[in-house]
Each structure stands twice: as C-alpha cells, then as structure tokens.
Design a protein around this ligand. Structure first.
Ligand code: AP5
Ligand code: MG
Length: 190
C-alpha cells in the first residue's frame, strides 16, 4: 500500500489535482477539510467544534484529524494506496502519521508539494468563493489568517519531509493541465 501526501498552501490546487491523481494511480483520496465539512453539514458534535475553528481560518485539534485518518485507513480497501490532502498540517500530525503507519509496518511513500506564491492563493480562493461558497473563503481576513496559519504551523513540515528524504516540490503556477503534468512526472517515479 502506498501513502502519498499532497502538500501545499490553501488554494494551491490540492483538491483539483487529487481528482486526476486518484484516477491515474488508483488511490483513495482523503481530504481532512472535506471530511470536516461533511461533519459540519451533518451537524455532529465534532462538526459544531470544527465549524467555529474553520470559519476563523484556524486548525482543528490534531487528535480530531488523526482519528479520522486512522479510521479511513482501516475501512477503505481495494485501492493501491491513499492520497492525503491537507493532512498532516502540523509537526505532531506528521509524527502521529508515522506512528499510525508503523503499526502496520508501512511508511509515507512520498510527499508531493504544490507551491504557489501568497498573492496567487488569495486570487484563486477568491475565484473559488464565487463558485462554491465555502465559509472559510468568505473574506480576505479569513483567507489571510489561513495563509498565516499555513506559514506558522504547516510550512515547518517541509523540513521534516526533506530530512526524511520524502519531499518533492512542484511549481503550482500555470494552467491546471501544466501542473498535472508536473505532478504525474514526479508520481511516476514511485
Ligand atoms: P482544506 O479543505 O484542506 O483547505 P486548504 O488546505 O485551505 O486548501 P483548499 O481546499 O482551500 O485549497 P486546495 O489546495 O484544495 O485548492 P483547490 O484545488 O480547491 O481545509 C479547510 C480547513 O479545515 C482548514 O483551514 C482547517 O481549519 C481544517 N483542517 C483541514 N485539515 C486539517 C488538519 N489536517 N488539521 C487541522 N485542521 C484541518 O483550488 C483552489 C481554486 O483554484 C479552485 O477554484 C480551483 O479551480 C482553482 N485552481 C486550481 N488549480 C489552478 C490552476 N493551476 N490555475 C488556475 N486556477 C486553479
Ligand atoms: Mg481542498
């Protein structure tokens, strides 16, 4: 079983590219953001907690997303691997992932990191806001908090995966098609 991490700042194109990657490589896509939005829509206790944090552009507690990931690993079968989108997002989450995988004698296969500059994050998310109406896309203030949260809490993971020899960065600017081709040429190596 392969375990790929799709890394990148908000609006980098993780969800967009994940749809092509899962099809080409027979992977199960796990977006912690999408799972949390499902909980919010269902009005669960977890959803109520997540809503207040997501709407401010903050992260939900590590244990919440770690539990979600482990349960997906246990329940999904019939694929060649998993594509983690938006997880891990903090150092404790990365360490927890390593521990979860070690229980079954596996490890992260590779990290594919989609990089775009902060100005482009704002532009892409504002574009999506017109189509999708996500609560965390609703204002420049929230988007800026998400960008800061990314730089403070998530960016340190780059060093973590470089040290582990599992970091592959691709340029996320350009058309969706161009970015897809860059990702596929990295993924083909694994
Ligand atoms: P999450 O849903 O993961 O949001 P995110 O990481 O902020 O990323 P986005 O989904 O906004 O962007 P994306 O990279 O998927 O880009 P997309 O393909 O849509 O998380 C939401 C929240 O949940 C977090 O803020 C946090 O509160 C919580 N959460 C989630 N995971 C967590 C975790 N592990 N720990 C704690 N909390 C967690 O593209 C964006 C737009 O650009 C689209 O309109 C798209 O059409 C367009 N686009 C894409 N590619 C291109 C291109 N090449 N050219 C032009 N436009 C493009
Ligand atoms: Mg997404």
């Amino acid at each position: 079983m392969k375990y790929y991490i799709l890394f990148g700042p908000p609006g980098a194109g993780k969800g967009t590219q994940a749809t092509y990657m899962v099809e080409k490589y027979n992977l199960h896509h796990i977006s912690t953001g999408a799972l949390l939005r499902k909980e919010i829509a269902a009005g669960t206790e977890l959803g109520i907690l997540a809503k207040s944090l997501i709407e401010k552009g903050c992260l939900v507690p590590d244990e919440v997303v770690e539990g979600m990931i482990e349960s997906e690993f246990k329940t999904v079968t019939g694929v060649k691997g998993f594509l983690l989108d938006g997880f891990p997002r903090t150092l404790p989450q990365a360490e927890a992932l390593d521990k979860i995988l070690a229980k079954t004698g596996t490890e992260v296969t590779a990290t594919v990191s989609i990089m775009i500059p902060d100005e482009m994050i704002m532009e892409r998310i504002k574009g999506r806001a017109l189509k999708e109406g996500r609560a965390d896309d609703a204002s420049e203030e929230i988007i800026n908090t998400r960008i800061t949260t990314y730089h403070d809490q998530t960016e340190p993971l780059i060093e973590y995966y470089i040290k582990a020899g599992k970091y592959n960065e691709i340029d996320g600017t350009g058309t969706i098609e161009e970015v897809k081709d860059r990702i596929f040429s990295v993924m083909d190596k694994f």
